[in-house]
Design a protein. Structure first.
Length: 160
């Protein structure tokens, strides 16, 4: 009798979250009566120790997602704490050369928008993070056995 194994279904990419504290350069400003936040949600070529491996987000890795997908800006990665959306025109995302993914959001005139603005202004909130799925990455291993993952194509779901 032959031993037949069931084929495994292809793995779905998993939703990942990364934090950017160093280099976020968060700014607050008022413009034409609106409160705005801006800064870097991602800093390129900044090695991050994930534990089992080091990860680097490559310049240009957001080209496809910025062209094809609709991103949101959330507070604390919670969909009910929505602060802006690209398709609504309240969130702008751009790749800033080899520096990173820059965002600018016009905050809603809500308690959440006001609280977020004030906490960034007071430096209580100091960094950003983003949620994504990997479309393409490359893995290498150095002579000591340490793995490095370079992500060069992401599907950016949200910045926080």
């Amino acid at each position: 009798m032959k031993n037949s194994k069931k084929p495994k279904p292809p793995q779905q990419p998993k939703h990942e979250i990364r934090t950017t504290i160093q280099g976020s350069k968060l700014e607050v400003r008022e413009q034409n009566g609106s409160k705005k936040l801006a800064g870097y949600a991602v800093v390129f070529n900044s090695p991050t120790d994930i534990g089992d491996f080091t990860e680097i987000i490559a310049p240009g890795s957001f080209t496809r997602t910025l062209r094809e997908d609709d991103q949101v800006l959330l507070r604390d990665h919670k969909s009910e704490l929505l602060l802006g959306r690209v398709s609504a025109g309240t969130l702008k995302l751009t790749q800033d050369g080899d520096v990173g993914l820059w965002f600018e959001v016009t905050l809603p005139n809500t308690a959440l928008g006001q609280d977020t603005y004030e906490n960034v202004r007071l430096n209580n909130l100091q960094g950003c993070s983003f949620g994504f799925l990997v479309r393409h990455d490359t893995w290498t291993q150095d002579s000591s056995g340490r793995l490095t993952r370079v992500i060069d194509d992401v599907l950016c779901v949200e910045v926080t």
